[in-house]
Design a binder for this molecule. Structure first.
Ligand SMILES: Cc1cc2nc3c(=O)[nH]c(=O)nc-3n(C[C@H](O)[C@H](O)[C@H](O)COP(=O)(O)O)c2cc1C
Length: 201
């Protein structure tokens, strides 16, 4: 069948597809949706960087990622919790906007930390923190850890630097690029329900 003969998707179908792609991104390391570009508002203006998608909760409308509490983004989110996330894969762009909630030292952060592998925990063992100027190229990790996975007990020192950020989505947008015509749909979350509309790509 020619792809032009495929039926147009419905708005609920598009919403399902967005959440399915995001859920796959969280689960599968090789999915293009495993990482997205996070946009925050810094003192210099808009700031973007990749983060790994660690939580996807359709029921709550939440996307979560982990970060170091000493990072610039952590402070930026404290000053202004409005953030955006942008993903692209399989010809589809997903843009998400919402308010970020920071978790540090609380039960959601603890659960996320317990599920974090030792190699990922190693990122939180750098001293001093991310962004600090070094005299030359380096990882910031204590020398013995630079080339190996930390032991469980060693990794515990990273807990004080570990932060979970949950973005409570207010807006979700899907753009599908296709030879036979791009399609774009926008969803706004009101009272826990998503209201969708088509728009010009
Ligand atoms: C593919 C990829 C995934 C990344 N995932 C994360 C992440 O999940 N959390 C994080 O804090 N930084 C992550 N980083 C590093 C950030 O992009 C960024 O360089 C770092 O966090 C410092 O950002 P900031 O100074 O704006 O806080 C990732 C980078 C890449 C390239």
């Amino acid at each position: 069948m020619d792809s032009r003969d495929l039926p147009e998707p419905s708005l609920p179908g598009v919403l399902d597809r967005c959440w399915a792609l995001l859920a796959e991104g969280q689960r599968l390391r090789h999915s293009p949706f495993h990482q997205g570009v996070l946009g925050t508002l810094s003192r210099r203006g808009p700031a973007t960087r990749y983060v790994v998608l660690r939580q996807v909760d359709r029921e709550q409308g939440v996307l979560g990622f982990h970060t170091d509490r000493r990072s610039e983004k952590w402070g930026e989110i404290e000053r202004d919790p409005r953030v955006s996330l942008c993903f692209f894969g399989q010809g589809q762009q997903i843009r998400a906007e919402g308010l970020a909630r920071r978790h540090a030292g609380d039960a959601p952060a603890e659960l996320a930390w317990k599920r974090t592998g030792l190699m990922s925990r190693r990122c939180y063992l750098a001293t001093p923190g991310p962004g600090t100027v070094l005299p030359g190229p380096g990882s910031g990790l204590p020398a013995p850890l630079a080339t190996r996975r930390p032991e469980e007990a060693e990794s515990a020192a990273g807990w004080v630097h570990f932060g979970l950020v949950q973005v409570v989505l207010a807006r979700l947008e899907w753009l599908n690029l296709a030879f036979e015509g791009h399609r774009r749909a926008r969803f706004v979350r009101e009272g826990g329900r998503w209201r969708g509309e088509w728009c010009v790509p």
